[in-house]
Design a protein around this ligand. Sequence first.
Ligand SMILES: C[S@@+](CC[C@H](N)C(=O)[O-])C[C@H]1O[C@@H](n2cnc3c(N)ncnc32)[C@H](O)[C@@H]1O
Length: 208
Amino acid sequence: MEGMVAKWYTTNTGKSLDEFAKLARRVANQLPRGSSVLEVAPGPGYFCVELAKLGSYSINGLDISHTFVEIASQKASEAGVSVDFRQGNVSDMPFATDTFDFLLCRAAFKNFGQPVRALQEMCRVLKPGGHGLIIDLRKNASMEAINHEVDGMGLGPINKVITKLTFRTFLLKTAYTRQQFQQMLAQANFRSVDIQEQGIGFEISLTK
Ligand SMILES: C[S@@+](CC[C@H](N)C(=O)[O-])C[C@H]1O[C@@H](n2cnc3c(N)ncnc32)[C@H](O)[C@@H]1O
């Protein structure tokens, strides 16, 4: 079952490769070559692969799913880039304190069983002065905005219906409000935090 869902997600999001490439360019524009980067919960690894194509970064991805680690590793080798994808839990990351210059967590935070602990771990593994970016759905995104977003994903008619239903029944229920994010972030040690509404989600910029 997990494998089936992982493959469905990989194919679906693979249709939005432009989005991942755009995000990678945005990150690369602000990140000196040679920087160490972590994607928390990379799933199929599209962002890491796109970033690796843009420069000589040291890139790690940590995902709890063995299936996704396999899929992401294969995507990297198909693209001829080097990314270290490992299996592990965001609540207890197998990385030393003060390791990364930049960290991304996209479309995954709402799935974490211990969200405060996840933020504390993200803060721990960032270098002092390092930056984090969390992108996730916001609880008050309207169904109209979500439908519009899904319509732009390039999916076939059946997948479109399934994806809209997934947002409505599952994703929105687990999404957080701005206030909930603020309360959780107050329990981690970031030096600065900025929460912006962007489309159907939040973009949360963090500095350690
Ligand atoms: C919806 S996918 C997002 C994948 C990717 N970031 C993207 O933007 O397409 C959510 C990912 O979170 C991972 N995940 C869920 N809980 C996790 C945890 N506690 N630690 C690490 N990864 C986790 C899942 O295995 C899955 O790969």
